[in-house]
Design a binder for this molecule. Structure first.
Ligand code: FAD
Length: 584
């Protein structure tokens, strides 16, 4: 393993090494945090400090993992949700990255965007002047990534197509998005089977905001076949006097003069002494969907009743902080071939190396009307719900109003063929994962009011809206239809989990007993919406009711993109940079 890949830029470990004040103090050296820090220090005019709770990945971990699969168990947090009543009281492990690079350091590297309808939905929830529609986010998706097209062999043998207009291949970013140079030959049959499903759209490139069956890149450096993530793209090899990162320190709260952020209070990880650092311009919280609401609540920004219960003086009563929590639901269906070993593979010699495959690069991401005859009945049942019916009892009226707007949007998306409700990743083996890409149940993240400094209470409230269960049923029924494709007939696939005879209430019970409420894509707890819709940040990601304070990470997404989330986080950070610079 080539260890010179990491540049060992200046990581500080003692508060005494810090300057008294920085122009920007960023909380969290994760996906968004490092992207911001790099961009804000590039022209040398402003100073940035990033404070990170965790540590940089070590040489040993790197060497043991071939530069891609970081296996050190210490690099994720250890949080578990409360038992989920609609998942047969099972708890969910809350897996998020704990290292320099945050979740981008441990993710599956799948590199997807949502559709045009979905980002247009973000704008709709934001109000008439919102710039977060597809046209307003596309330039930042492009800016965030350096795209490497597939090899000629891949394009010829596997129908890999792409649209150069929605990617940038110039030098603006070191975040690499690439295809492997080797395909899984058996995927040829899976591609054909999916392409032959009724109504299946096949866009040239899903990254142009389209649903359907398509190939997509992974966040991988295709020269070294190493993970490309916020650390390699926005930290390694950068040595600038104005860019400091301090690791192993925990931010406890934002400091205010009235409602203006003036700095942060932090401490050495595991110790209780108080350290402070001042900001001249802004504090930017990029601690991720789980910890951003915790830091806001501990700083006196959140639902008044919760803060009072924890004896925290209220700076701004902001009921939406920690509400609107969403993640993707998924489960695995089991299938066996009963004749032979399955599709024999592509009829040409492959020259690539199997180890160059970083993750699934092929899948169907499709709208409910594409895969179910029940989309209209599901949409009309959903839109006729009382918006408060499935929210927690004492939900604030503004948060209910926000859910009503979300409900209206999602009733529309349920009827839209260009909104991804199902993801079927295709990896050359039968059955496998089905994932719901939009979730209608609304979870919460709250500080533990007796121990506000310990991990927050992460409650998915999974399946609390019964429509989510109806949709998962449709997902499984579609997998069954897919596996009946004539492409697979010769190998006689048989469903082993749950088993083809499991239908109706028995199937719903199976879902409750096996489903996971997190695919590690948490979003929404500091949602970008107007304050009267339970929003936490405004259109430029400034925390409502404050000045000098922004949130920039996955928590600002008002609703899930029908995609994995990392690419949207990079886009959000790139777009935020322009807002921050405009305010300078
Ligand atoms: C296991 C896993 C697999 C995934 N797979 C994929 C995938 O294949 N494709 C995809 O697109 N997405 C995937 N994701 C999701 C994607 O990686 C995340 O959506 C994205 O990285 C989140 O970025 P963020 O900036 O919001 O938070 P993070 O990147 O998690 O950054 C938050 C940072 O803040 C730090 N922090 C938190 N609290 C404090 C505090 N009090 N003081 C100081 N620092 C603090 C954390 O340690 C962390 O470094 C996956 C995620 C995980 C965990």
């Amino acid at each position: 393993v080539d260890l010179t890949r990491f540049g060992y830029a200046n990581i500080l470990q003692r508060a005494s090494q810090l300057k008294d004040a920085y122009d920007y103090v960023i909380v969290g050296a994760g996906t968004a945090g490092l992207t911001l820090a790099d961009r804000l220090t590039a022209d040398g005019t402003h100073t940035v400090l990033v404070i990170e709770y965790c540590y940089p990945i070590s040489d040993e971990t790197l060497a043991a993992s071939d530069g891609r699969w970081f296996v050190d168990p210490g690099i994720s947090y250890n949080i578990t949700s409360p038992p989920q009543p609609f998942m047969n009281s099972r708890s969910q492990a809350v897996i998020i990255g704990c290292c320099v690079g945050g979740s981008s350091a441990i993710n599956g590297m799948v590199f997807l965007r949502g559709t045009k309808s979905e980002y247009d939905g973000w704008a709709e929830l934001g109000g008439p002047n919102s710039t977060w529609n597809w046209e307003g986010v596309l330039p930042y998706f492009k800016k965030a990534t350096h795209f490497n097209p597939p090899t000629e062999e891949m394009t010829q043998n596997f129908n890999v197509t792409w649209n150069p207009e929605v990617w940038a291949s110039n030098g603006e970013s070191r975040l690499e998005a690439s295809f492997p140079d080797y395909g899984i030959p058996a995927n040829d049959a899976f591609y054909k089977a999916a392409a032959n499903m009724p109504n299946m759209p096949i866009p040239i490139d899903g990254a142009s905001g389209k649903s359907g069956l398509f190939w997509h890149p992974t966040s991988m450096d295709n020269k070294k076949y190493w993970r490309s993530y916020s650390r390699t793209a926005h930290y390694d090899g950068i040595v600038r006097d104005n860019y400091d990162v301090i690791t192993m320190h925990k931010v406890k709260q934002v400091l205010f003069d009235g409602t203006t952020a003036t700095g942060v209070k932090f401490s050495v990880r595991g110790l209780n002494q108080t350290l402070t650092v001042k900001t001249r311009k802004e504090v930017i919280i990029s601690a991720g969907t789980i910890h951003t609401p915790q830091i806001l609540q501990n700083s006196g920004i959140g639902p008044k009743a919760l803060l009072e219960e924890a004896d925290i003086p209220v700076v701004v009563d902001l009921p939406g902080v920690g509400q609107n929590f969403q993640d993707h639901y998924w489960l695995t269906t089991g299938y066996n071939w009963t004749v032979g070993t399955g599709p024999p593979g592509f009829n040409k010699t492959q020259t690539g190396n199997l180890s160059t495959i970083a993750g699934p690069n092929l899948g169907a991401l499709i709208g409910l009307p594409t895969y179910s005859n029940n989309s209209e009945s599901i949409a009309s049942r959903y839109e006729s719900q009382d918006p408060a019916a499935y929210l927690p009892e004492s939900t604030h009226p503004t948060v209910i109003a926000g859910y009503a707007a979300f409900q209206k949007l999602h009733a529309k998306l349920l009827r839209d063929v260009n909104s991804n409700w199902l993801w079927l990743p295709l990896i050359g083996s039968p059955g496998g994962i089905v994932m719901s890409k939009h979730i209608l149940s609304s979870g919460t993240i709250k500080i533990n009011t007796t121990h506000p400094d310990s991990e927050p209470i992460v409650d998915y409230r999974a399946l609390s809206n019964p429509i989510d269960l109806d949709i998962m049923v449709e997902n499984i029924l579609y997998m069954r239809k897919f596996m009946q494709s004539s492409e697979f007939a010769a190998w006689k696939p048989v469903e082993t989990a749950p088993g083809i005879e499991v239908v109706g209430e028995e199937l719903r019970e199976w879902i409750r007993s096996v489903m996971w409420s997190s695919n590690f894509h948490p979003i929404g707890t500091a949602s970008k919406r107007p304050v009267e819709l339970g929003g936490v940040v405004d259109e430029e990601l400034r925390v409502h009711g404050t000045s000098g304070l922004r949130v920039v990470d996955a928590s600002v997404m008002p609703s899930l993109p029908g995609a994995t989330t990392q690419q949207s986080v990079y886009m959000i950070a790139e777009k935020a940079v322009d807002f921050i610079k405009a305010a300078q």
